[in-house]
Design a protein around this ligand. Structure first.
Ligand code: SF4
Length: 500
């Protein structure tokens, strides 16, 4: 494509050549480089990143998950990145630069690093600043002295293609996708189990110890492509051995918000999950699988909306000459398959009574306040999640965490959320913007809201005791052996009583 466009101005009939800026094209990651190239990646939870590393290594790639980004990563990101970027860019590109500088310190030359390493990250056309990430990565890498370092983009809607060209050494076949999906499901499930049990464990640290053991076993299993089932069953047994006290009354806090900010477990969100647990809350995290379901929902929704204009839809991804109903059917089947696989692994690991969000229901609830056509960030999901948390008593409190100035989350969703909290005064909602500094302010705002949430949980517990006519002193021995219970209200201690 030419970077020059000839434009005629009708008014003065003067021809002028305009030079458009374009992103320079770097070397491709070709198939023959597969053996000598190390793929770097990161950005999900530590469990996801570790297991994905093992699974992709088993396919013959040299791959390394980077550590969770910290404050040093943020500082490096700010030093070399443009002003006004979103926190995830600063944290993640800074984290990459941190690692590359470490390689240099250990004796690898810049030339070798540029030649033998690539970084894979996800991207999209936007509509927010997400669309500019790859360019920002390149700018920061160039200014940090790694000009020409390759960044591969995982386009969320289009599969994987290098932002710098189409010839890439990553073979995106069915084996690749099913392997990655499996690790995502299993990591999600282990995280959910961990967050469910840890607040109630009798001996502090036992849940983390079991998770670490399972992580190590699963790493080996994925790496050497051994049978998964026996390992999952042995993890289930270990989880069941953890001694718990379900009579601890803890508010359930649902952490939602911008994808990266709510998913990371480090300084990127002030270690929010850890802080909430230390303050006596049970945390409900959002599984990465829900994001996959959202992408599938987007595909179905958009195709349905465009059906009537099919004959005019001649664009690159247009429906003219295609079979859109078949596409909708395939996407519905994909949604079903994801749910079946997730529940299959959930049962093997001992996670019961856990439902993945129904994306149609979420969209329906949210649409009254946040148009389903609006995209960017989590789209309508943040609004839908808060609504369902309140209406279906899924959480005592909802925290929406997002990078400072996040366009879809702070700019749009939070504006709508204030209307929701007015309509549903029982909603305990706290939006948090992360800048990397000011942790004390964030913690104190969380503590203030948690006070209300604790009262709400206490009330649910007392109502349950009253409804089931339980006696406090006998309760613990009656319910101690339970590890799963049905959802009736948000507070787990109350649910145990209802289910007993
Ligand atoms: S969703 Fe928010 S934080 Fe993420 S790229 Fe868009 S504006 Fe930035």
């Amino acid at each position: 494509m030419s970077n020059q466009t000839k434009t005629n101005h009708k008014c003065d009939d003067v021809s002028e050549v305009r030079k458009h800026w374009y992103d320079p094209v770097y070397r491709h990651f070709s198939k023959k480089e597969k053996k000598t190239t190390t793929i770097l990646f990161g950005g999900l939870t530590m469990l996801h990143d570790t297991l994905i590393e093992a699974a992709i290594r088993s396919l013959g790639y040299n791959i390394k998950a980077l550590d969770c980004p910290d404050i040093t990563s943020l500082q490096l990101g700010r030093e070399f990145g443009n002003r006004g970027q979103c926190n995830p860019t600063y944290f993640t590109v800074g984290n990459l630069i941190k690692y590359l500088k470490q390689l240099e310190r250990e004796g690898t030359s810049k030339e070798e690093i540029i030649k033998n390493y690539v970084f894979v990250t996800s991207g999209s056309c936007g509509p927010c600043r997400f669309g500019t990430y790859v360019t920002e990565y390149r700018k920061a890498l160039r200014d940090a002295g790694f000009d020409g370092f390759r960044v591969l983009l995982f386009q969320q809607q289009e599969g994987l293609k290098q932002a710098t060209g189409d010839d890439n050494g990553l073979e995106l076949n069915t084996t690749f996708f099913t392997t990655v999906l499996k690790t995502v499901f299993i990591s999600d499930i282990l995280n959910i189990i961990g967050y469910r049990i840890r607040p109630y464990e009798k001996e502090p640290g036992t849940t983390n110890k079991v998770i670490q053991q399972c992580k190590d076993k699963l790493y080996e299993t994925f790496l050497h492509r051994k049978p998964l089932m026996p390992v999952l069953l042995s993890c289930k047994k270990e989880f069941q051995k953890i001694k718990v006290d379900w009579t601890k009354i803890k508010p359930k806090v649902s952490v939602i918000g911008e994808f990266w900010a709510m998913t990371t477990e480090g300084d990127g969100n002030y270690r929010l999950q850890q802080f909430l647990e230390s303050e006596g809350a049970e945390v409900e995290v959002q599984p990465v699988t829900a994001w996959i379901l959202f992408l599938i929902w987007e595909g179905r929704f958009d195709t349905r909306r465009r059906l009537n204009l099919k004959q005019f839809d001649h664009g690159k991804f247009g429906l003219a000459g295609k079979k859109p109903r078949q596409r909708i059917l395939k996407l519905s089947l994909a949604d079903r398959a994801v749910r079946v696989m997730f529940q299959f692994y959930a049962k093997l690991l001992g996670l019961h009574y856990y439902e993945l969000p129904d994306m149609d229901e979420l969209a329906k609830y949210a649409h009254r306040y946040y148009d389903n056509h609006n995209r960017g960030g989590e789209g309508h999901m943040e609004v839908g999640k808060l609504l369902l948390n309140v209406i279906k008593k899924k959480a005592n409190m909802t925290i929406s965490v997002k990078p400072f100035g996040c366009m879809p989350s702070s700019g749009v969703s939070d504006g709508v959320q204030s209307y929701i909290t007015e309509k549903y005064p029982e909603a305990i909602f706290l939006p948090i913007e992360t800048t990397g500094d000011g942790a004390v302010n964030v913690y104190s705002r969380v503590q203030m809201m948690l006070f209300k949430a604790k009262q709400a949980a206490q009330k649910e517990y007392e109502d349950a005791m009253h409804a089931k006519q339980k006696k406090q002193h006998k309760l613990n021995e009656q319910v101690a052996s339970k590890h799963c219970f049905k959802h009736v209200v948000a507070c787990s201690a109350a649910n145990v009583i209802y289910d007993h």
